[in-house]
Write a protein that binds this ligand. Structure first.
Ligand code: IMP
Length: 431
């Protein structure tokens, strides 16, 4: 099973993965890096994860960082340490020897590139993601298997650091990277992580051939995909479901189900187009109630209505077998809830998300208005969690049915609160 975001990230994938991981034997992250931020609430404890797969919180599952991920080893070690301080071990973690390392020069280049773009800033997370993936494609990357080999690391840094310092200079940055210090620092990271670094594709393959269930955990969202998103305002990896196979080292035949995580409204962090973006009091009210501040950068997220053009487009790319609709509780208490059904451009109906941002800029979202539903207090929520779909407020049920009809995908899970158990599972059968 694959779990991916259908919007611009931050759909609440961490919580969904954490829930579904109960049914899995192995959880694998297959793309992105520490630009991702997953918040999972277990009891009263809130865990904020960036590198670690959300499956790490279930110690009986194997949690894997796959080959398609880029890793900042210092950040990863801090995260492992943070969990250990809260009594959670990362002994169930394995890291692909093919995953690429984010180096200090990648972070510096990320910032320098953004400066050069001036008006066209992407609004990256500044974690060095784009430059690390660029080096991977340019065959200038350092893989985890090389990080843990001290001689190979020294050899690579001996030409990469001078090269990157020259690039930083050309990009107008005054920052430089010290080769010796970097080598020492990264050798230590390599020593600490070496026991966890292995050919994780072989583990996934073995699990699948034994008939074990593997959950592929996506990061970011479809509209941030390097090919299919709102380029250039995207991340640097393939975020759609097909990459679960390549980024984990598995065959596409392993991707039996695809859950599209869809927030009940839309959010976006960073720059770039957002047709259904709201402004004013309503945007602030949703942002406040939904806690829409980035887990990674703390930046406030832009909020808007649910966009069916985006969701239908995401379905064509991901092949959703079910939707996990999250944060439905956040819209509770509004008189009216809107959903964008299509765009209009010069009076003509447009149903497919355009690739050209100049066309997107001219699109006018057309909305269907639905009646809102009441807030669910804790007693009502408890009875809904016991009573199932039919005990939800009628207008909330109408909203879910409307989204299903417009997208052509059945709702599999409904998110009604922050806690692990505040989810309604509508699946006919477990995985
Ligand atoms: P980068 O991935 O740091 O290069 O950032 C590129 C774009 O993707 C920026 O608009 C970021 O805000 C956005 N982005 C990256 N990771 C996430 C995420 O996990 N959630 C939401 N937006 C993200």
């Amino acid at each position: 099973m694959v779990v991916v975001g259908s919007q611009w990230g931050d759909e609440g994938k961490g919580k969904i993965v954490d829930y579904l991981a109960e049914e899995a034997h192995v959880v694998v992250r297959f793309q992105g890096g520490n630009n991702a931020g997953h918040s999972v609430k277990v009891g009263e404890e809130l865990y904020k994860l960036h590198h670690l797969p959300s499956g790490i919180l279930r110690s009986d599952k194997l949690a894997i960082i796959g080959n398609g991920v880029v890793i900042d080893p210092g950040v990863l070690l801090e995260e492992i340490d943070g969990l250990a301080k809260r009594g959670k071990s990362a002994s169930n973690l394995r890291i692909s020897d093919r995953a690429h390392v984010i180096m200090p020069y990648h972070r510096l280049l990320d910032g320098a590139e953004e400066q050069l773009r001036k008006g066209g800033r992407v609004g990256t997370t500044g974690r060095g993601i784009g430059p690390a993936y660029s080096d991977k494609a340019a065959r200038l990357g350092i893989r985890m298997g090389e990080l843990v080999d001290e001689d190979l690391l020294a050899e690579k840094l001996s030409f990469l650091v001078p090269l990157k310092n020259k690039m930083l200079h050309v990009f107008g940055s005054e920052a430089t990277v010290d080769e010796e210090k970097t080598l020492e620092e990264f050798r230590q990271y390599g020593r600490a992580l070496k026991p966890l670094v292995t050919d994780t594709g072989a583990i996934v393959d073995e699990a699948l051939s034994k008939g074990n269930r593997v959950l592929f955990e996506g990061a970011q969202g479809t509209m941030l995909d390097i090919d299919h998103g709102t380029y250039p305002f995207v991340t640097s990896s393939t975020t759609v479901s097909c990459n679960a196979a390549s980024g984990a080292g598995a065959s596409p035949s392993a991707l039996d189900e695809v859950i599209g995580v869809t927030k009940a409204y839309t959010t976006r962090v960073g720059e770039g187009p957002f047709p259904t973006e709201l402004s004013g009091d309503l945007q602030e009210c949703i942002a406040e109630k939904g806690g829409e501040f980035g887990t990674t950068t703390g930046r406030s997220r832009r909020c808007g209505w649910l966009d069916m053009v985006v969701l239908r487009y995401a379905h064509t790319l991901n092949g959703f077998t079910g939707l996990a609709m999250t944060k439905l509780d956040v819209l509770g208490g509004l008189d009216e809830v809107k959903v964008c059904t299509h765009y209009e451009i010069d009076g003509k109906k447009l149903t497919r998300f355009p690739s050209d941002l100049r066309i997107l800029d001219k699109c006018v979202p057309v909305y269907e208005s639905l009646e809102g539903w009441e807030d669910l207090d804790s007693a009502r929520l408890e009875s809904v969690l016991k009573g199932g779909f039919d005990s939800l407020p009628q207008n909330l049920r109408n909203y879910v049915r409307f989204v299903e009809k417009e997208s052509g995908v059945r709702a599999a899970l409904l998110g009604l609160g922050r806690r692990r158990n505040e989810l309604l599972d509508l699946r006919k059968k477990r995985w």
